[in-house]
Design a protein around this ligand. Structure first.
Ligand SMILES: [Ca+2]
Ligand SMILES: [Ca+2]
Ligand SMILES: [Ca+2]
Length: 148
């Protein structure tokens, strides 16, 4: 009874209104982590077995880091990330840069990149087996986007 009154009051106040136009949801850490890994996943999974281990981040670090560090000065700028991470929306790229730039000095160093890649790996390894599979990275949806 009390709940229905509350819900009624709530709907009168407009707080359960559905917006008329669909607004894209704000970037989400999980999805952005998937998009971070997707373009560099083939470099990590160089044996092409559909799974990558965490130490492959370090094994293939130059290939992964230089994907974003276009001018190879060992620092990723916001502009470099915006240019390179084309599989993500602009909002998602900005969100990714903020996630990576731990000390907020507008540059992502190799250390910050490593720390983010490691955290993102753990976030995406949903079954906790220490491997990142193609499925966990969402490679299927990535290939569809690339082929378009
Ligand atoms: Ca750079
Ligand atoms: Ca920084
Ligand atoms: Ca896994």
């Amino acid at each position: 009874m009390r709940l229905s009154i509350l819900l009624f009051a709530c709907s009168m106040a407009g707080c359960v209104n559905v917006p008329a136009t669909a607004v894209p949801p704000p970037p989400d850490s999980f999805l952005v982590a998937q998009k971070f890994f997707q373009p560099v996943y083939p470099a990590m999974d160089c044996e092409m077995v559909g799974r990558a281990q965490k130490d492959e981040i370090q094994d293939h670090f130059p290939a992964m880091f230089f994907f974003l560090d276009r001018n190879h000065d060992r620092v990723i700028t916001r502009g470099e990330l915006l240019d390179a991470q084309a599989n993500a929306s602009v909002d998602e790229r900005r969100f990714l840069f903020a996630e990576m730039d731990e000390n907020q000095d507008d540059r992502v160093t190799t250390e910050e990149y490593s720390a983010y890649a490691s955290e993102a790996f753990d976030l995406l390894d949903v079954d906790g087996d220490g491997d990142l599979t193609e499925r966990e990275v969402g490679m299927h949806s990535f290939r569809k986007v690339v082929q378009q």
